[in-house]
Ligand binder design. Structure first.
Ligand code: AKG
Ligand code: FE2
Length: 319
């Protein structure tokens, strides 16, 4: 009897062993897929020309300076070299092998120094229905070592459940601004993950990659940025996030399913420039905007909206 085909990446499926036996992959491909299934990450040669990396570095210099930041979100929209890195053919090929669905690059992040971000799973930021059709690709654009704030990650942690804010008793869709989300909600999530890692006694790995090497992490793999030990050191890296076709894409931190508040994400395929509509088992869904919902508490509503209009505003805004 052949194994049932279920709506989960095969690398995360309970039927993985049966499926990989049926697939008859070339030995090198099979080893890669098995490693990813077991540990939730693989280190790869993305076959990206050094000249393209240098082009992306040069193009992004003015942005880092003008914006006084170490982190550029979606710089692919301005810089062709960054776009090409996110759409690198070899990376797309490996992702399709790992997920058995076409990958959709939808976000880029360029860093000039270590992020020093606390440990998290990217599933808290981006999630899919069916779950776990998300991957990150982290490209070293210069040599990364213990001194310049390398990435850390916890092999095998992708097998943990997916935790959203509701597990901590918080309704993410109630938040009204990014500042409130970060200070009031997200910090509690980070504290929780820190405690989880300690409780589970997870083993941390530090990623020292050479320029041009990349790491792929699966949706729920815990990772973060190490402290910068050499003050002033640069750490040029590019992270690309990928969804996979035929899913609904949403932002868990702004979603409360039980309240029917679901922040469906607007997804643009960086490789093709096309908008990819969310799709739930064959039914397509419109995205509902990128911004935070303005949630008007009843007291404020009474103060600022005339009584005849309140019912209407409540419906429109507080939904
Ligand atoms: O590069 C890092 O230090 C962490 C980046 C990260 O967590 C992400 O982009 O999802
Ligand atoms: Fe991350």
């Amino acid at each position: 009897m052949s194994s049932p085909s279920i709506q989960t990446p095969w690398v995360e499926s309970p039927f993985f062993e049966a499926e990989i036996a049926e697939a008859r992959l070339a030995p090198a491909d099979e080893a890669l897929v098995r490693h990813f299934a077991e540990y939730g990450y693989v280190i790869i040669d993305p076959e990206i020309d050094e000249a393209l990396i240098d082009e992306a570095l040069a193009a992004s210099q003015p942005d880092f300076k003008n914006q006084r930041t170490n982190r550029l979100e979606n710089a692919w929209q301005r810089h062709e070299a960054i776009r090409k890195i996110a759409a690198a053919p070899r990376v797309l090929e490996i992702l399709e092998l790992l997920y058995q669905r076409k990958p959709i690059p939808f976000q880029t992040l360029n860093f000039s120094t270590g992020s020093q971000q606390r440990t998290h799973s990217d599933s808290i930021h981006f999630n899919s229905v069916p779950e776990r059709f998300l991957a990150g690709v982290w490209l070293a654009m210069e040599d990364v070592h213990d001194g310049n704030g390398p990435l850390h990650y916890y092999p095998g942690s992708h097998r943990l459940p997916f935790y959203d804010l509701s597990i901590l008793g918080m309704k993410g869709s109630d938040s009204t601004s990014i500042e409130e989300m970060l200070t009031k909600y997200y910090t509690q999530y980070e504290d929780f993950i820190e405690q989880l890692v300690a409780q589970k006694k997870l083993d941390k790995k530090i990623l020292n990659l050479k320029k041009g090497q990349a790491l792929i992490w699966s949706a729920n793999l815990l990772h973060g940025g190490e402290k910068i030990l050499i003050p002033g050191s640069t750490r040029y890296t590019q992270v690309n996030h990928y969804y996979f076709e035929n899913c609904a894409y949403y932002r868990p931190m702004r979603t409360d399913m039980a309240l029917e508040r679901i922040s469906i994400q607007k997804v643009t395929n960086i490789a093709t420039g096309e908008i990819v509509k969310s799709n739930y088992l064959g039914t397509s869904i419109n995205h509902v905007g990128y911004s935070y919902k303005v949630y008007l508490p009843e007291g404020v509503l009474r103060k600022v909206v005339p009584s005849q209009l309140r019912q209407w505003v409540r419906k429109l805004v507080n939904k």
